[in-house]
Design a protein around this ligand. Structure first.
Ligand code: ADP
Length: 545
């Protein structure tokens, strides 16, 4: 017997309709590429998203055609989130930090028909447009009078000129909630990038889950600053959850430096921010020497790579900001776990709580997770045993776009997505990433977590960034070394740093060497690129070898 309730498809257009009706005057503030601050409301956003949908119809785009963006976080990008997906097309957010060759490869692979870009990326588009034959319309996300006369890009039009003649009346079509809504390519640290193709259903369910109190806890009382880019995994789904909750949104545009972000947080009374650790590193680096404090910021969600405990402590103790450590992947829309304490943990001593906060956190309802050994047998949740982390759920990838399914079947025939991460899970369900499986250091048959080593190094006051990698060793197989960048003006010797590890980890896990480097290579999403670091250090030899 079926239930007798209404069956309405979960569609992205319903989010913007809701925001317009219930939070019509809710503010969306954006720093623009031009440098000025732009303000409007959810009502304006909804009307302009409909104009965009009409422009796409006029262009003759078919259902499920791909529309690409090369854009910062801002209101026009958000209009594309709703106008493109809402009208049944697929929004393809391209990461502008990728190599131009990779961008051309991705655009061709996705067969994008329209590509809309911020003016910061004009030189990039000029370099790649001839290699993108599927794109029949190039749109610059700017006012008509900001478009240079001769760009060399055929038929280039400004976004404002493109949508201006269009009506703001548009009836969002109704269709199957499993229809594709948007896509995002992984950064492709190994081989060509692969695409996750999200659906209206997966995106809407993820938007609900992300807003929950033990997840991102978003509400109509918040002012939210997503520093995490809209070009990578939909800014962790915040634009959708924002429409669902009606929170004020503050977009940083291209100005991602510590000073600009801090000023925006203060000026717009931001209560909640989200970003990867490297962004916050820059902001704290700007604030600490100047003795600056936050007036309104209360919580920040940090993920994408391990958040060093020193950063959690700095936010909490120096600035009164609660850090929510989060873990996820492009293939997971991206949220998988979030670290918030349980009721029974609130009375624990501070250092005990800190140990929990360092973990990547508890699974969100909708994400089923387990750790397994090399034979696929499930391992215990004791906080010590580590294994390959597998996940399943309605916003987790089943098959790559034009690719294969990476799923592993269990005895019941259910498919699990192998995350490529190695993790422990404790008795309270808190998951902790030990490493990416390819970064874990294998020494004398035991594993050393590069994240643990980096976290210790980062707690040293002179260290700005630390990357731990394994180096080949004839006896132990591999031994860890740690590459370090120093804070401006700070000094520390190799010996002092090695001594700093004493008593903080088992003796055999202490790195064999410290290598001081100018910079640690970062990938397109701000994560450390250990493959490149290994290349840079290919002539390095461990001491004594
Ligand atoms: P890519 O960088 O290849 O595009 P994603 O951006 O999807 O991939 O990154 C997913 C990976 O990032 C995870 O599998 C994990 O290794 C790492 N990661 C994400 N969040 C965290 C975190 N809080 N702590 C440690 N690692 C993390």
């Amino acid at each position: 017997m079926l239930g007798l309730m209404q069956s309405q498809p979960l569609l992205i257009s319903s989010l913007i309709e809701f925001a317009e009706r219930h939070h019509g005057d809710g503010e969306i503030v954006s720093r623009r590429v031009e440098g000025d601050i732009h303000r409007y409301t959810y009502r304006d956003l909804a009307a302009r998203s409909r104009q965009l949908a009409n422009a796409l119809d006029k262009e003759g785009l078919a259902f499920s055609d791909r529309v690409a963006t090369l854009a910062w976080n801002g209101y026009r990008h958000m209009e594309m989130y709703f106008g493109v997906s809402g009208s049944g097309r697929v929004l393809h957010t391209v990461n502008p930090r990728l190599h131009p060759e990779q961008i051309a490869w991705i655009v061709n692979h996705a067969e994008d028909q329209v590509l809309c870009f911020d003016m910061s990326f004009l030189p990039l588009v000029q370099a790649v447009h001839a290699k993108c034959p599927t794109v029949k319309k190039w749109v610059a996300l700017c006012d008509a009078d900001k478009l240079p006369a001769d760009t060399g890009i055929p038929g280039l039009i400004s976004y404002e000129a493109w949508i201006a003649p269009q009506s703001s009346e548009y009836a969002w079509p109704q269709f199957d909630e499993n229809t594709a809504s948007s896509m995002c390519y992984t950064s492709g640290t190994t081989g060509n990038p692969k695409a996750a193709l999200y659906s209206h259903r997966s995106t809407t369910l993820h938007a609900y889950a992300a807003a929950l109190p033990d997840v991102m806890c978003l509400s109509a009382r918040d002012a939210v600053l997503p520093v995490v880019p809209m070009f990578h995994v939909n800014a962790w789904g915040i634009p959708y959850s924002a429409a669902l909750t009606g929170c004020k949104l503050v977009y940083p545009g291209p100005a991602m430096d510590g000073k600009s972000i801090y000023e925006l947080i203060e000026a717009e009374k931001v209560t909640y921010a989200a970003g990867v650790p490297t962004v916050w590193q820059m902001m704290l680096g700007h604030m600490k020497p100047a003795g600056l404090k936050f007036s309104t910021l209360r919580r920040t969600v940090i993920g994408g790579s391990a958040c060093p405990p020193a950063m959690i402590a700095a936010f909490q103790d120096d600035f009164g900001v609660e850090v929510l450590h989060a873990w996820g992947m492009t293939e997971m829309s991206p949220l998988g776990t979030l670290c918030t304490l349980k009721n029974k943990q609130l009375d624990l001593p501070k250092d005990e709580q800190m140990k929990i906060r360092q973990k990547q956190g508890r699974a969100i309802f909708g994400v089923d997770m387990k750790i397994v050994d090399g034979n696929g047998s499930e391992l215990p949740w004791d906080g010590k045993t580590y294994g390959d982390l597998l996940v399943r759920g309605p916003w987790i990838l089943e098959t790559y776009y034009k690719g294969e399914s990476p799923l592993i079947e269990d005895a019941q025939g259910r498919g699990w997505f192998p995350t490529g991460d190695v993790a422990t899970i404790d008795a309270n369900g808190f998951m902790q990433i030990t490493d990416r499986s390819k970064d874990v250091i294998k020494s004398g048959g035991e594993w050393i977590s590069s994240i643990d080593i980096e976290n210790i190094a980062m707690a040293h006051p002179a260290v700005a960034m630390a990357a731990c990698i394994g180096m080949p060793h004839p006896k132990w197989d591999e031994r860890p070394i740690v590459a370090i960048t120093l804070k401006q003006g700070a000094e520390v010797t190799r010996e002092e740093l090695l001594q700093f590890f004493e008593g903080k980890t088992a003796k055999w896990q202490i790195p064999d060497d410290v290598v001081f480097v100018e910079a640690i290579p970062l990938g397109a999403t701000g994560k450390m690129l250990k493959t490149r670091l290994r290349e840079q250090l290919k002539d390095y030899r461990l001491p004594g070898l």
